[in-house]
Design a protein around this ligand. Structure first.
Ligand code: ADP
Ligand code: ZN
Length: 226
């Protein structure tokens, strides 16, 4: 059993769409034994309820726009108050605006939690191919890439043989909008988090090695960086 509850720690995965935040978070949650809180996944789950709010969210995501801070902040706040987040959590896709960053910093201070920001840096041209080439399995959730990690049979999941799909927001026109939203609204968040001074910060090359090697490096850093 883990002993006494130390203060919680937020690992904030920061980077543009396609920098590998989701892939890293899935590997890191095993190595750090803390939950993965992904606002994009939470929103896609919310869409499944197929009510009015779900429809509003779907329209925004499919247009490459961001969902309102109010909704996202509330969703995250609820998620972080669940008992499994007591020791820490991995944030993937949040905070994405200055408004979200301010709310998060207040929440973390209230929880007495520190934060560790990992900036995943990836070349723009690689990002475009990662997003445009991404295919996912609706059945088992496996993710492939037609350029970097093709399935053995084109369009078919290696694990469960289901037909692979492309996320609606991975279409080229939407990818461009998402990257613009990143530049305009999300990139400034990094400076905010660094200047705020309540946490530590590292930059990691998100493309030159296999995902597992990158995750190993982040995991070690998370253990030694205060
Ligand atoms: P990616 O990081 O590759 O863009 P995500 O799955 O994190 O993919 O997000 C998909 C979409 O969900 C975003 O383009 C945006 O519309 C919405 N979204 C996710 N997280 C947030 C957030 N923190 N604030 C506002 N919108 C968000
Ligand atoms: Zn599958």
């Amino acid at each position: 059993m883990p002993d006494a509850k130390g203060p919680a720690r937020a690992l904030i995965l920061f980077g543009p769409p396609g920098s590998g935040k989701g892939t890293q978070a899935k590997l890191l949650k095993e190595c750090l034994a803390i939950p993965h809180v992904a606002t994009g996944d939470m929103l896609r789950e919310r869409i499944q309820r197929a009510d009015d709010l779900g429809l509003v969210i779907k329209r925004l995501i499919d247009a490459g726009e961001l969902v309102s801070d109010e909704l996202i902040n509330r969703m995250v706040e609820e998620r972080l108050s669940l008992p499994d987040c007591e020791k820490g959590f991995i944030l993937d896709g949040y905070p994405r605006t200055l408004g979200q960053a301010e709310t998060l910093c207040q929440t973390l201070r209230r929880l007495g939690a520190s934060w560790f920001v990992v900036h995943l840096k990836v070349d723009y041209n690689i990002i475009i191919r990662r997003l445009a080439g991404r295919r996912f399995c609706p059945q088992c959730g496996a993710v492939f890439n037609v350029y970097f990690q093709p399935p053995s049979r084109p369009g078919v999941c290696d694990l469960c043989q289901s037909a692979l799909l492309t996320r609606d927001d991975d279409r080229e026109s939407v990818i461009r909008r998402r990257l613009e939203a990143y530049e305009a609204q999300t990139r400034p968040v990094l400076d905010f988090l660094i200047k705020d001074g309540g946490g530590s910060f590292v930059e990691v090359d998100g493309a030159s090695e296999a995902p597992a090697v990158i995750a190993q490096r982040i995991c070690e850093l998370a253990r030694i960086v205060k």
